[in-house]
Design a protein around this ligand. Structure first.
Ligand SMILES: Nc1ncnc2c1ncn2[C@@H]1O[C@H](COP(=O)(O)OP(=O)(O)OP(=O)(O)O)[C@@H](O)[C@H]1O
Ligand SMILES: [Mg+2]
Length: 500
């Protein structure tokens, strides 16, 4: 018997590989609801065993993957199947296999290949109290993040066999720091003007609030959105593990990277499919929104995304997760992302421009804006109308602070939030109404202002909650314990989508 595991969403579930060798015509069967890819592992295991000089016995070999009611995907069972087979034919001591999780796909020549979701699998082995895990060398950095059990890296079946026979010591997996640098990153210090938009991005980064940048072509919407990675606060260790699990399951963790250490920044094109954005497939894979978990999802040309994709954002924007139902199996992926969206105010792009060159009819403008539905807009906390960059503004030198300065303020404001017990380790953008009432109590003045605005602007209960969350973050950026009238006033100002 050997231990393997399978993925269900982001979770790994234990799978036992049992092998029975009986008299009869030589055969090699796999049972226990294996998917097509698991069946292919028969061929790989047979060939790999021949390569290490330990061919399958000429008897009836039956491999059972238990429990039978768990769907099993992927090629990650090969190593466990090969080792369980060797133990059953007494080529390797069965006892020593009992405490180890075995992960990896085999090539026909017996090399060990990387698989998806290794972090989750090793975490599962730890929860099960196993002594250790053997993983493909290319997944070693990722597996090494889990402490409290022995994680060893292997490059071939031959080495794993020698390890269990006691003639070879597999190296311990080592953690590696992510030293990749992002060359694409832009600095806020290079942006001219656009103070309202900079301010909104700073509030967004500090408290995790969704932003919509609206303005004429060439004003710097895309440019501004691309400065976001440079002002986001760092990931905590727990957040890093969450994000790494998602990339690992998606098969997108670069080889040799232990942990994703920067907040994700995803910017899918508007032609992306709904499945690509939301996730899906069989087995279900994370989409862009899960890949943006704990980071930013930038949707440029917002109204150009398909209606279906935009509407599918509603649930995750509220819940912070997305549930995919496929052949009666529900898979949930976390998706706590900050939405940054950009759009023109009308089809030609120049509505409201002082040049008066916009010729879009009211009807065309209405239709264009309606592509972004009311319920979706309701989930956007900060809407900024960018003026076009006139020649004058453009000739000025860049005048705002650099990203490093803004980031320092963001970090300070975020730390304030996380120190408050009511925040329960989440930024203000995730505060529930009850906690919010406790930490954003308003003066009579501020209350009056808010209710007048609610009536005038027809704000929903959700919108009011969002205004209060933003006001809380503005106060935190100023280092203010209480939310003041000025903070509420500024927060209300960001809820005007029409621009009037
Ligand atoms: N405020 C600004 N400061 C500095 N450069 C700017 C600014 N606005 C625009 N630019 C320059 O103009 C280019 C185009 O800007 P950008 O692509 O961000 O505009 P946009 O608002 O996204 O336009 P569109 O609506 O056409 O997508 C930028 O790459 C940048 O070089
Ligand atoms: Mg643009």
């Amino acid at each position: 018997m050997a231990h393997a595991s399978t993925l269900v969403g982001l979770q790994a579930l234990p799978v036992q590989v049992e092998v029975d060798i009986a008299r009869g015509l030589p055969a090699f069967d796999l049972v226990g609801l294996p998917e097509a890819s698991v069946r292919e592992s028969r061929m790989r295991v047979r060939s790999a065993l021949e390569q290490v000089g330990l061919p399958l016995p000429t008897r009836r070999v039956t491999v059972n993957l238990a429990p039978a009611d768990v769907r099993k995907y992927g090629a990650g069972f090969d190593l466990a199947i090969a080792m369980a087979t060797l133990a059953a034919s007494r080529e390797c001591p069965e006892d020593s296999l009992r405490d180890w999780l075995l992960v990896g796909e085999l090539s026909l020549t017996g090399a060990l290949r990387p698989v998806r979701g290794v972090l989750a699998k090793v975490l599962c082995a730890k929860q099960q109290g196993m002594r250790g895990a053997i993983v493909p060398a290319e997944n070693a950095a990722e597996a090494a993040v889990v402490s409290g059990l022995e994680v060893r890296a292997a490059t071939s079946l031959a080495d794993v066999v020698a390890f269990f026979q006691g003639t070879f010591v597999l190296p311990t997996a080592e953690r590696v720091r992510d030293t990749r640098i992002d060359l694409e990153q832009l600095d806020l210090g290079d942006v001219r003007g656009q103070h309202a938009a900079r301010r909104a991005l700073e509030i967004s980064a500090a408290g995790d609030h969704n932003v919509l940048l609206m303005g004429p072509p060439g004003g710097g919407k895309t440019l501004l959105a691309r400065t976001m990675p440079g002002i986001l606060p760092p990931l905590s260790f727990d957040e890093s593990v969450e994000v790494t699990s998602i990339y690992s399951v998606a098969g997108m963790l670069p080889a040799g990277v232990s942990l994703v250490e920067r907040r994700p920044y995803r910017h899918p094109h508007h032609t992306a499919s709904t499945v690509g954005i939301v996730g899906g497939g069989d087995p279900p894979r994370p989409g862009e929104i899960a890949l943006a978990h704990r980071g930013v999802l930038f949707l440029d040309e917002f109204p150009e995304f398909t209606r279906e994709a935009l509407e599918a954002l509603r649930e995750p924007l509220e819940e912070g997760s997305v549930t995919i139902v496929r052949s009666r199996v529900r898979t949930t992926f976390p998706a706590r992302f900050t939405l940054v969206a950009a759009m023109n105010p009308c089809p030609c792009g120049y509505q409201g421009d002082p040049s008066d060159r916009c010729e879009c009819s009211d009807e065309r403008i209405r239709k264009y804006r309606a592509r972004v539905s009311g319920p979706l807009l309701d989930r956007i906390d900060l809407c900024v109308h960018l003026p076009g960059t006139s020649a004058m503004v453009y000739s000025e030198a860049p005048d705002g602070p650099p990203s490093s300065e803004v980031r320092a303020r963001v970090i300070e404001a975020r730390e304030r939030q996380l120190r408050r017990p009511q925040n329960q380790n989440e930024p203000n953008g995730r505060l529930q109404p009850k906690a919010l009432r406790a930490i954003a109590a308003l003066s009579a003045d501020a209350k009056g202002l808010l209710s007048a605005a609610a009536e005038r602007m027809g704000l929903s209960a959700r919108a009011l909650t969002r205004v209060l969350r933003v006001a809380r973050t503005i106060a935190d950026l100023e280092g203010e314990e209480s939310v003041l009238t000025a903070h509420v006033a500024e927060a209300i100002g960001y809820r005007s989508f029409s621009g009037e």
